[in-house]
Design a protein around this ligand. Sequence first.
Ligand code: UD1
Length: 430
Amino acid sequence: MSGKFVVQGGNRLSGAVRVGGAKNSALKLMAAALLTEEQTVLTNVPLITDVKIMAAVLERLGASISYSDPDVIEIKPGYSLYAEAPYELVSQMRASIIVLGPLLARLGRARVAMPGGCNIGSRKIDMHIRGLEMLGARIEVGHGFIEAISEKLVGSKIALDYPSVGATENLLMAATLAEGVTIIENVAREPEIVDLANFLRKMGAKIEGAGTPTMRIEGVDKLHGVEYRVVPDRIEAGTLLVAAAITNGDIMVKDAIPEHLEMVISKLRDIGAEVIASDAGIRVAGCKCINPTDIATLPHPGFPTDMQTQFMALLAMANGTSIITENIFENRFMFVNELNRMGSDVRTEGRHAIINGVPKLTGAPVKAPDLRGGAALVLAGLAAEGVTEIFDIYHIDRGYHNFEHKLRALGANIQRISKGERSNILKVAK
Ligand code: UD1
């Protein structure tokens, strides 16, 4: 389902909303399910496009997939799997590369289409490949495929050049079934890595150090099927918290985990919002006047790149100038041109964006350039004067389940319009 969102800005959002399961965890847990022939049951899985694509990848590899509830997926890989993840699926979602480690560990071979670039940057996979080679795999890249073979993976000491999320996950999964001990240094520490490690441990893997810069994995012969609940999505939660701040509203995001959002909470406080964090979730009350602040994206526990555009939308209406520095992905400022169509004053210089706050944004037709940029345009539309139409919302559907329903329940005036349909909001506005 795609089409566009039509947003009439100006409503203050208030009420309580529950955050769903994390996209960036669910996708990896689904891939990790390939490490056993037994059935895995994942609960709290978000019903987003990327999860559906990963399910299609697993089915193509020979696993059977069923849904006993909309947010519960049962995955049964069985004894025989195919080793090839084809281009038509991998090209739809770059994260499919994550099946490389599990396939290699289970089958001793894997053939995965090269994911190629994507909207937000070139996104190389050299660290995935080098790390798997250090575990004993022979890898060839050619004709658009990565081909990996190993009679057996053997534990090794690996130091990553950079704490890549995907490389950490691929190596962690491969090492669980390798012979002996693997030490990986400079690993990513994102909450989704900890979730994957907890899941693998429940399956019988021996892992220490998840959430710290060094992980130690002692290989085991076999993993078994388990039932596991996906961790709440910190980026969906953060997006909803910014929705409160940008509309001068008051929202309680239930199940959001404060420890996963420390930098986001700190920046919300800097801009003048009131934040109350508890075991039940996070509540944010906006303020009339948004203070400017500077942000630099960094690997966790630094400020998440996946929250950068949402904060830019917020700072676009600050009472002064802010600077955002994007250190992770080179193309994550594509959304600036769209935001400027709504009256913001943002200019970019290399990896820096200089945001001169303006008193108000004005509704305009805009295009979602990618997943998080699209969500940020919706946030801008909620605060803007008049009507904003956001096109290409298939990007947003990749990562947010029921986005417009959740926002509407909080008081937003937002409609999804399929191709050929007409919007009531637009009729009233004209
Ligand atoms: C994951 C998340 C994404 C998030 C990102 C950073 C998923 C599905 N996606 O992406 O939402 O924004 O983490 O938190 O979980 N790099 C290399 N060589 C490599 C691997 C990465 O140079 O082998 C570079 C990338 O080009 C990028 C940077 O490292 O500039 C970060 O990438 P990485 O941490 O691997 O992000 P992803 O796993 O792709």
